[in-house]
Write a protein that binds this ligand. Structure first.
Ligand code: NDP
Length: 342
């Protein structure tokens, strides 16, 4: 069984030499009385937050178990879909499909108490259960509906809009009846947003020198909702263009993850006079909305009203480059790695 580990803590942009593949044989025999479950990993999720867990000091780890530090040399847990090989836990049987926290490797030994449940694919490809029907989808759904509290006709701006969470925020917002503009880092991505996903407009932020002026051009009447995935100067520019009683959902600040010196410093007086509400959130705060999210999203998918954007690499050796690629925009849509086919 091969699995990915970090060689040391990573502060700054990750690179291939920060990672190594470890290999060890795993026994398919459980000790008597063991409640462990041994699974073959099929798909694992590649997420920006993993980098924050690899830092020497993660200030966020005290707030969420999902942000627990990743120690060099140790297996790395990640969301994914797997198949049960051996189970000492009466909840799971051999050959069950499961979804939850597995590891960045070929196989995982899941201890009792880990977040794992049986998966009914409901006729959808397994990859959808990592992306649109997994945590990315839930993040987009709760971030938009529960945190932003949209009203029909409002004007919505989404950054990292071709990414896993961003593209779904834009699609939910369009279906709900909002006007949606997204920013992304290439011409191809901008085209996908406008032509495939139905965004009202989109722009390549890398071609813009004055983001405040850019947003004024796309939102001459101001922004009501900003779904922030990137932080730093994009957040400052969006806040400078917000309407009175605007809402900012801070989902993530990826442009700050690789550079501890980069920070958003929005103009506080704008926030005061325009009564702007800025709220950070974690998807795990909203697990109570899960059933509603799944039924709504499955209905949209079956009706052909939502589209999936998935970016799948194969093999455990492609995990490090997949993570690294998130920070330079190599991915289009949900980044994941397929480890086995059945
Ligand atoms: P994405 O699929 O969006 O991948 C990351 C994307 O971010 C890249 O494709 C790239 O696209 C963009 N990006 C990378 N570096 C920069 C930069 N310096 N400036 C601007 N854009 C950049 O990842 P996710 O959808 O998984 O995550 C999106 C955000 O949501 C992240 O901030 C993440 O931490 C957060 N998140 C938060 C959760 C929560 O519970 N709060 C849960 C899940 C995710 P481009 O080509 O446009 O630059």
């Amino acid at each position: 069984s091969r699995y990915v580990v970090t060689k040391a803590h990573i502060d700054g942009a990750p690179k291939e030499s920060d990672f190594e593949l470890k290999s060890e044989s795993i026994s398919l025999l459980l000790d008597s009385g063991s409640n462990d479950v041994i699974v073959k990993n099929l798909f694992v999720s590649i997420d920006p937050y993993q980098l924050n867990r690899m830092k020497s000091q993660s200030s966020s780890q005290i707030y969420s178990t999902l942000a627990a530090a990743i120690n060099p040399g140790e297996a790395i847990d990640a969301y994914g879909v797997a198949k049960v090989l051996v189970s000492g836990n009466p909840e799971f049987q051999k050959d069950d499909l499961v979804v939850g926290f597995i590891t960045w490797g070929d196989y995982s030994v899941i201890k009792p108490g880990a977040m794992l449940r049986k998966l009914d694919p409901m006729g959808f490809p397994l990859s959808h259960h990592v992306g649109i029907l997994g945590f990315s989808g839930l993040t987009a759904y709760v971030g938009f509906f529960e945190v932003c509290k949209p009203k029909k006709g409002e004007k919505v701006f989404v950054s990292a809009a071709s990414g896993s969470v961003g593209n779904l925020v834009g699609q939910y917002a369009k279906l709900f009846g909002c006007y949606v503009v997204g920013s992304a880092g290439s011409t191809e991505k901008v085209q996908i947003l406008k032509e495939k996903l139905g965004f009202d407009d989109a722009f390549n932020y890398k071609e813009e020198s004055d983001l405040k002026a850019t947003l004024r051009r796309y939102f001459p009447d101001g922004i009501d909702i900003y779904f922030d995935n990137v932080g730093a100067e994009m957040q400052e520019a969006a806040i400078a263009n917000m309407n009175v009683f605007g809402r900012v959902a801070v989902c993530g600040v990826i442009s700050e993850y690789t550079d501890s010196g980069r920070k958003a410093t929005p103009d506080m007086i704008d926030i005061v006079y325009r009564r702007i509400k800025i709220q950070g959130f974690l998807v795990t705060d909203f697990l109570n909305v899960y059933a509603d999210f799944i039924s709504t999203t499955c209905d949209h998918l079956r009706a052909g009203k939502m589209h999936t954007l998935e970016d799948i690499s194969t093999g455990v050796e492609s995990i490090p480059s997949s993570l690294i690629g998130l920070f330079s925009g190599h991915n289009i849509g949900k980044k994941m790695v397929q480890l086995a086919y059945s």
